[in-house]
Write a protein that binds this ligand. Structure first.
Ligand code: PGA
Length: 254
């Protein structure tokens, strides 16, 4: 079933005490009436995942994700973390293919495809990010770009595996810039992504997959973005670092 999801990507922010404070605030503020049928996921720095999962032992309404993992299960890869490591902490999911990983660490969709495989082997939910650069949007290549990303990262999956994946559309020009896609731009691209999934798999899988919008989503613009039929929630960066803002975004989805 297609899920409504708000996920927070904390990126490289917060010390351990600050992270635990934020988790505590979220656990208190996210009451049943605010949550409704929305799934909430947080992606803290991997260093704190263990402590955060412990803090959330009695809280079943906040899932925990990594922000990235390596495409191998283990080995001589200094500084990296693997899907089995995340699984051993009982994490639930992991972001892969974030534009910052692509931009600063040279990640390609071929590599991201392998990360998705490692995560699925561990029953971790991959949150796959895609999206075009500003110059690609300006030159009208945004659909081609995103279509190619989807094909390279996802087309090797079985339909069953694809049904486990969450997609986040994150136009790179909107990430951390304060500039947001208009609700029309978001809906247009989300509908395109769903149509690509239908072509690669089938209509049922396309209908089931949750497609989140990311890119300067905040309490003010969230409701208009989420009102679109193909926008199933958001992947939130900056606004996920403040408990009240994040909770207001969850409210906007209900
Ligand atoms: P932003 O980040 O909300 O700060 O634009 C979104 C993301 O990178 O996931």
């Amino acid at each position: 079933m297609r899920r409504k999801i708000v996920a927070g990507n904390w990126k490289m922010n917060k010390t351990v005490d600050e992270a635990l404070d934020l988790v505590e605030d979220l656990a208190d503020l996210l009451t049943d009436d605010i949550l409704g049928s929305t799934d909430v996921i947080i992606a803290p720095p991997s260093l704190f995942i263990s402590e955060i999962i412990e803090e959330l032992l009695d809280v079943d309404y906040i899932a925990v994700a990594g922000q990235n993992c390596h495409h191998e299960n283990n080995g001589a890869f200094t500084g990296e973390i693997s899907a089995p490591m995340l699984a051993s902490l009982e994490a639930d999911a992991c972001i892969v293919g974030h534009s910052e990983r692509r931009q600063y660490f040279g990640e390609t969709d071929a590599l991201i495809a392998k990360k998705i495989d490692r995560l699925l082997e561990q029953d971790l939910v991959p949150i796959y990010c895609c999206g075009e650069l500003l110059e690609e949007r300006k030159s009208g290549e945004h659909f081609t770009k995103v279509g190619n990303q989807l094909k390279e990262a996802l087309s090797h999956l079985s339909a069953n595996d694809m049904a486990e994946v969450i997609i986040a559309y994150e136009p790179v020009w909107a990430i951390g810039t304060g500039e947001t896609a208009t609700p029309e731009q978001a809906q247009e691209m989300h509908a395109f992504i769903r149509s690509q999934i239908a072509m690669m798999f089938d209509a049922d899988v396309a209908d089931e997959v949750s497609i989140l919008y990311g890119g300067s989503c905040n309490p003010k613009n969230a409701a208009a973005l989420f009102a679109n039929p193909d926008v199933d929630g958001g992947l939130i960066g900056g606004a996920s670092l403040d408990a009240d803002d994040f909770v207001d975004i969850v409210k906007a989805l209900n």
